[in-house]
Design a protein around this ligand. Structure first.
Ligand code: HH2
Length: 260
């Protein structure tokens, strides 16, 4: 899953793809480089970020989704917490909703169901504005698993088919370094949920903390996190550097599938 942030303020690529032509060109390059999904987002959820009004978020993403739907060959997902934005993006040609709040908007499940869309349910403790102030867990691995189990049930109760759902432990969303490492170490636990697992470690702060490097110098650290994740059950990885990571994933996947 290649990341396309149509925002002025995303932590890594903010402002680079606000221009529509640049966004479309970047998406096409990611697909050429091996992306199987393009994830379009119009609101940064980096730690400390403020929410964006729905109308503004919609105006950022809908024209890009519309253009991509007729120009790229892979599914488009819409990265949003707002049902209104999801509805508009699905109407414009997206087929997956990537919701980092796992259906906090009461209309979200209905919208996904109505469109027959795929739905990514992600774990987050708190909200983006405050989530990194003092994240706390007794057992982060068990709590993330239980939360996701509950959100799958909630989505199913609202009529979203089990088969349409994908789960994500939410790297960096209300988690300190140790929490992120524990969740990644025990990624295999999420297999018990019976749904594909998505992981989004790309260029995130935990990598910068380990390596003491800024966002634009975390490619190798991201590769390490992705290799671990794929070897431990991740089915989808959400990344900025598609060319390098797609190659890495193909190699790790080949080893993981080898006969012994
Ligand atoms: N991370 C970000 C945004 N959306 N979606 C899923 N499913 N999983 C993630 O880990 C995830 C996500 C944050 O990264 P990014 O889009 O690069 O930054 P920003 O939120 O600043 O736009």
């Amino acid at each position: 899953m290649g990341i396309l942030n149509v925002t002025p303020d995303s932590f890594s690529d903010g402002g680079r793809y606000l221009d529509r032509a640049a966004a479309i060109e970047h998406a096409a390059r990611m697909v050429d480089d091996g992306a199987d999904i393009v994830d379009v987002g119009g609101e940064s959820t980096r730690p400390g970020s403020d929410p964006v009004p729905a109308s503004e978020e919609r105006d950022r993403v809908v024209p890009v989704v519309e253009a991509l739907a007729s120009s790229v060959s892979v599914p488009i997902s819409i990265d949003t917490r707002k049902a209104e934005v999801a509805r508009a993006a699905l109407g414009a040609g997206a087929t997956i909703v990537n919701d980092v709040s796992a259906g906090a908007d009461p209309q979200m499940f209905d919208v996904a169901k109505g469109a027959g869309a795929g739905l990514v349910l992600m774990h987050m403790q708190g909200d983006p504005k405050s989530m990194q102030r003092a994240p706390r867990y007794d057992d982060v691995v068990a709590e993330v698993e239980e939360y996701l189990r509950g959100r799958i049930e909630a989505a199913e109760s609202a009529g979203v088919p089990f088969e349409s759902i994908c789960v994500d432990p939410g790297i960096g969303f209300g988690k300190n370094l140790e929490h992120n490492l524990s969740v990644l170490k025990r990624l295999d636990v999420l297999a018990s949920l019976g749904r594909p697992v998505l992981v989004g470690p790309s260029r995130k702060r935990f990598i910068g903390t380990i390596l003491d490097l800024p966002e634009d110098d975390r490619a190798e650290g991201t590769a390490g996190a992705v290799a671990w994740s794929v070897a431990h059950g991740a089915n989808v990885v959400r990344v900025h550097d598609v060319k390098e990571i797609a190659r890495l994933v193909r190699v790790v996947d080949a080893i993981a599938r080898a006969e012994t």
